[in-house]
Design a protein around this ligand. Structure first.
Ligand code: GDP
Length: 387
């Protein structure tokens, strides 16, 4: 046991939290309050066209134990006019972490021990403190995630709802979740060391949480609290809110949350490998091993590539043929035009030749006439002059 403890402490622990909730519901304040650390984060706007996820990893050290904490927060959740696919980026993100782990696992040279596992261990789902029913977006999002992550519903900014209203609201939320078939994380009751506390805590679900970035001096102690004109809400006071219960339950059930995450991952892995055509070697399907599947896939891929190559070649030849026909037609057209122009030129030359001959005849006739006129004139002048 000592060796195991030493090894675990040296290696440290890793824990990944996904916080889903509307912008400004108090996600950042709660995470800071849970880990009693002010995590740097810029406030997000209400004007994003789609939901995004922002992941930040922090290293927290307490009593020589290192915790690698990854906090993933939704940005722009519930801010769009069309909320139909709001949950899709979140589902894709959760799947992407499973896929990354699967890829590492399937590597020839793998290093799972030092690999930064980003699979989500717990999802804190923030419900608005309206006191009314759950919103459709809440039901849809939780339903699309309940087979992939451990969902712990929390009522954000619970200091804005009265004590009696809060109890009714909690009951209403739990009955709506049950009637819509949404499975949320139940703290395990089968381990006798924690069964009693976990049974009681399950009764507090959904946790009514209050978070604060501020510390207020009460007596001679600085405590996280929210100060109002009428009083102070202490984050760590169990009579004021359930934040401390949530922290305690996360710490005591961290291993169970991780184990359940491994179970979610197993079902993701099984589906993925089955869609890839992998089957286990067993008495009933002896002939199919992973190597055979990979070989079959490789062959299938090669055939597909060959088929595509042939298709591209055929298309190329067809296009070259079409272009050649087009060029031939154009050439023929140019030749016809050329012939036509040559004929026209020849005709024109013929006409001009005829005109030239006529002009030359005219000219000869004129010269002849001129000579005759000249001789007549000289005869006339010799007759009329006095001797
Ligand atoms: P995020 O956008 O969900 O991360 O919300 P923030 O944690 O940044 O909080 C948004 C605003 O709500 C800030 O002004 C916080 O001080 C305030 N806020 C956070 N938690 C609580 C809470 O539990 N109760 C009340 N009344 N206000 C809170």
């Amino acid at each position: 046991p000592d060796q195991l403890i030493r090894k675990s402490i040296k290696h440290g622990f890793c824990f990944n939290i996904l916080c889903i909730g509307e912008t400004g519901i108090g996600k950042s304040a709660l995470v800071s309050s849970l880990f009693n650390t002010d995590f740097e984060d810029s406030p997000s706007t209400h004007f994003l066209s789609s939901v995004r996820l922002r992941a930040q990893t922090f290293e927290l050290l307490e009593s020589n134990v290192l915790l690698k904490l990854t906090v993933v927060k939704t940005v722009g959740f519930g801010d769009q006019m069309n909320k139909a696919d709001t949950y899709q980026p979140i589902v894709d993100y959760v799947d992407a972490q499973f896929e990354a782990y699967l890829e590492e696992e399937l590597k020839v040279i793998r290093s799972l021990f030092s690999y930064h596992d980003t699979r989500i261990h717990v999802c804190l789902y923030f419900i608005s403190p309206t006191g009314r029913s759950l919103k459709t977006i809440d039901l849809l999002t939780m339903r699309s995630l309940d087979s992939k992550v451990n969902i712990i519903p929390v009522i954000g900014k619970a200091d804005s709802i009265s004590k009696n209203e809060l109890q009714d609201y909690k009951k209403k939320i739990m009955s709506e979740l049950a009637s819509n078939g949404i499975r949320i994380y139940q703290f395990p009751t089968d381990d006798e060391t924690v069964s009693e506390i976990n049974t009681i805590t399950n009764g507090y679900l959904p946790f009514a949480v209050v978070g604060s970035m501020e510390k207020v001096k009460i007596g001679n102690k600085m405590v996280r609290a929210r100060q109002y004109p009428w009083g102070i809400v202490k984050v760590e006071n169990e009579n004021h809110c359930d934040t401390i219960k949530l922290r305690r339950m996360l710490c005591t059930n961290m291993e169970d949350l991780k184990e359940k995450t491994r179970a979610y991952y197993e079902s993701y892995r099984r589906c993925r490998l089955e869609t890839l055509g992998c089957r286990d070697i067993g008495p009933e399907n002896k002939s199919v091993s992973l190597q055979e599947v990979i070989e079959a896939k490789r062959l299938e891929f090669c055939l597909e590539v060959e088929r595509k190559e042939e298709e591209i070649k055929q298309r190329f030849v067809q296009r070259v043929k079409e272009k050649a026909t087009m060029l031939e037609e154009a050439e023929q057209q140019v030749l016809t035009k050329c012939e036509h122009l040559t004929l026209m030129r020849q005709e024109e030359e013929l006409k001009l030749g005829e005109k030239k001959k006529l002009l030359e005849d005219d000219k000869a006739h004129f010269v002849e006439k001129k000579a005759v006129t000249k001789s007549i004139q000289s005869q006339v002048s010799s007759v009329s002059s006095p001797v």
